[in-house]
Each structure stands twice: as C-alpha cells, then as structure tokens.
Design a protein around this ligand. Structure first.
Ligand code: MG
Length: 263
C-alpha cells in the first residue's frame, strides 16, 4: 500500500510538471482592448493638423507651395545653360522654346523627391519622322529622361515615344494631342537611395507620369540613368539632389507653366 501511494504521488508530480513545462513554452501574446470596448476616437489622428495649401484655380495652375520654374517671361531667373552661361533658348508668346544647337538647359535649383508640372507643344508644322519630329525631353535629376516627342500619327520604337521613360518603359497608352496643341505632364518622382556601393541602388528611382490627365507611367522603378546606346545599369553613380534638364534635340519644342513641389 505504501508503495502504491508513493507511485501515485510520483505520477501526479510528473503530470503536473509536464503541464507547467507546456505553459512556460507558450509564446507571449499581445493584449489588445476587446473590440466591443473600443471607440471610434481610438483610431482617429488629429495632431498635427495636415498642412493647408491653396490649390490652383485649375489643376494646371500652381498651388501655393509650388516653386515657379517658368511663368512665361524671365528664363534666366531659374534656368541656365549647361556650360554655366546664360541660356539662349528663346521666349515667344509666353513660351520657352528649344533653339537648335543651343544645348540643354538646367534648373538652377536642385531637387530630390518632387511633383513636377510642365506643359509642352511640338511644332504645328510637321517636319521629320520617328525620333526626328518634335523631339525634346524632361530629365529628372539630370539623368532620367521622360521623352517629349510628337507621337501623334508618328511611329517610332515604343519605348522612345512621348511618355516613355526613354528606352526603359513604354507609356501605357499613346494619349498625344495633335502637333501644335499644348500637352501636360504631371510627374511624381522619388529619388534613388544608395548604400556604400555606389555602383547600384539601394532603392531605385521611381517615376509616375500623367500625360494630359491620363496615367502613362505607373510608379516604375528605373534600372539606371537614361542611355541612348547601352545598358542603364552600367552607368549608375551615387548622386544626391540634382537639377531638372530640358533637352535641345534640334526641334523647336515649346514649354510653359513649369512648376514644382518638393516632397
Ligand atoms: Mg528626347
């Protein structure tokens, strides 16, 4: 009988001990208020209040926090030639016009992440074909070209037409207006980040482009700087904030109403 009691006691200790071990192994769980006890206010964020800015009268007009890069008159206030000298692009009827042989122009300011609005017009008098018709371009951070081209009834390679991230992404659709009509680009740009190795991105540059109110580039990740010949990855170099460039490709493309918001 005594032996039976000792055995029973050992068995109980063993079972109880196992239970304790299992409880100790249980992972810690986070405690949330029971749903029925939550109120709407618990998930409302009030402070700080969202910054108030004044929108433009139309969606093409600059909002109150935008930097005006060109408003129809003084080009030299915000732009300069690539050689550091005064730009020789011309101004006519409130538009900035690429002048053949004058070279690219660059913004005096430099930018990282931004929202850019820019309006452009290819010549109404059609001349040339493919890449030779109404060619210009908007270079983001000096390196990444959003193609400007007369792509109305003008076939060219699809990743080089208007709205393309040149030779990297074709536009989702061709939404070009006729030559001689004003068109809009609204561009949202996220600058790349770099690790210690400057030969590759930690996070690539990303671009969204809306042309004439239509999405043509949907947050695409770029492979590297725009290349006419060659592979973009091979030309990656670490960089910080840089300018906006407008391309002189030998065609008299006009620009107006250029504004930018830093993000
Ligand atoms: Mg171009």
């Amino acid at each position: 009988m005594k032996k039976l009691l000792i055995f029973s006691s050992m068995l109980l200790t063993c079972v109880y001990g196992m239970g304790q071990t299992q409880q100790a192994a249980k992972p810690a769980t986070r405690k949330f208020p029971e749903l029925e006890k939550m109120t709407p206010g618990m998930t409302e964020i009030w402070e700080p209040e969202v910054k108030i800015i004044q929108p433009g009268v139309t969606n093409s007009d600059a909002p109150s926090d935008a930097i005006i890069l060109f408003n129809g008159s003084d080009i030299n206030k915000e732009w300069i030639g690539m050689d550091g000298k005064t730009s020789i692009w011309t101004i006519k009827d409130g538009a900035l016009i690429s002048t053949k042989g004058s070279g690219y122009i660059k913004s005096k300011r430099i930018f990282s992440d931004f929202q850019l609005h820019i309006e452009w017009k290819t010549p109404s008098e059609v001349s040339g074909t493919s890449q030779g018709r109404g060619n210009s371009g908007v270079f983001l951070q000096e390196l990444y070209e959003v193609q400007v081209l007369d792509s109305y009834d003008n076939r060219t390679y699809r990743n080089g037409q208007a709205g393309a991230m040149y030779k990297q992404y074709s536009p989702l659709v061709n939404t070009c207006r006729k030559p001689g009509e004003w068109q809009t680009y609204d561009i949202i740009y996220t600058a790349p980040t770099f690790g210690n190795d400057s030969l590759c991105y930690k996070t690539p540059p990303r671009v969204t482009v809306i042309q004439n109110g239509v999405l043509v580039q949907n947050n695409v990740s770029l492979r590297g700087p725009t290349q006419y010949i060659g592979i973009p990855e091979y030309t990656i170099k670490k960089h910080g904030p840089l300018s906006i460039l407008l391309q002189d490709h030998g065609n008299p493309v006009a620009y107006r109403n250029i504004w930018i918001r830093e993000l």
